[in-house]
Design a protein around this ligand. Structure first.
Ligand SMILES: C[S@@+](CC[C@H](N)C(=O)[O-])C[C@H]1O[C@@H](n2cnc3c(N)ncnc32)[C@H](O)[C@@H]1O
Length: 277
């Protein structure tokens, strides 16, 4: 029995308490998402909060969008903080298996450039950001409106920051399903990282960001994964790369797939590479 129900979100605009605050481009986000705004931060319920910038002296700072769980735990996406920049540097090594699965070394050798990537399952943008940090142009697709809003806010803030604007400018974010958007998106490689099946998730344990995603999105459905892969394999790209937990079954039934499929493994992860042309 599926006991998951999507959380109902209440909106709270911290900047509304301070008339001097700018409440910059995310100001109308609650209307756009159809979320009712309250005068005070609700406790014991899910909330989407528009926080003032940490540097109130700078009226041009973009507010931060933050998701708050009923237990008070918070999540925002941040590509521009010193901590995030440090993490991106550290992650340089961690992203190499994915970069290899995407074929980056081969492109560099053959064309002297890196491949353009369509990340069709944007999520918290960690993979896209790390790949853009390596220099790859990215089109990122996210279907969940709240996750998309968090990503859009993080990118807007990263564009404004001198240390991260170059990386952020390599990323184009689209709202909608991959099935709708892939036919018109342009890129050389499609990357899919759908939610892991419940069993693998329990084994691996979930980090905070993934816990939020699971609460928002519900359990992964095998049919949805199969549809996603099918849509990707229809596109005129060089390869489709799917991230899976080690030991998991293939994402979808590719009985009709005539091309070559290879696998690359890193400690907890397997990348299934569908070579399309
Ligand atoms: C596991 S997360 C991706 C994590 C991401 N790779 C990262 O580094 O943060 C999966 C995301 O894909 C999105 N997603 C799943 N199926 C999708 C589809 N068919 N179209 C667009 N987005 C999809 C979900 O809403 C979720 O945010």
């Amino acid at each position: 029995m599926n006991e998951w129900t999507p959380p109902i979100l209440i909106g709270f605009r911290e900047s509304a308490c301070d008339p001097a605050s700018s409440g910059m481009p995310v100001a109308n986000i609650f209307d756009a998402l159809g979320i009712a705004v309250q005068d005070c931060l609700p406790s014991q319920s899910w909330a989407l909060v528009q926080r003032r910038s940490a540097e109130p002296a700078d009226a041009e700072q973009i507010d931060t969008l933050e998701l708050v769980r009923p237990d008070g735990v918070k999540l925002s996406i941040d590509f521009s903080s010193g901590k995030a920049r440090h993490r991106a540097k550290e992650a340089g090594k961690g992203i190499q298996p994915l970069a290899r699965a995407l074929g980056a070394p081969g492109y560099r050798k053959k064309f002297g450039t890196l491949p353009s990537i369509i990340d069709a399952t944007g999520g918290l943008g960690q993979d896209s950001w790390a790949l853009a940090s390596l220099g790859m142009p990215i089109t990122m697709i996210e279907r969940h409106p709240i996750v998309h809003a968090l990503l859009a806010n993080a990118l807007a803030r990263a564009i404004e920051h001198p240390d991260t604007c170059e990386i952020a400018s390599r990323i184009t974010l689209l709202a909608g399903t991959a099935e709708q958007l892939l036919p018109t998106a342009t890129g050389q490689v499609i990357y899919l990282d759908p939610m892991y099946p419940e069993r693998s998730r329990k084994k691996a344990g979930s980090r905070k960001g993934m816990q939020f995603l699971h609460a928002l999105l519900g359990p992964a459905e095998a049919e949805a994964g199969a549809r996603l892969l099918h849509a990707a394999l229809q596109c005129p790209v060089d390869r489709v790369v799917v991230k899976r937990p080690r030991g998991a079954e293939l994402l979808g039934d590719t009985g009709t797939w005539q091309g070559q499929r290879t696998e690359m493994e890193s400690p907890n992860t397997r990348y299934d590479v569908y070579h399309c042309r």
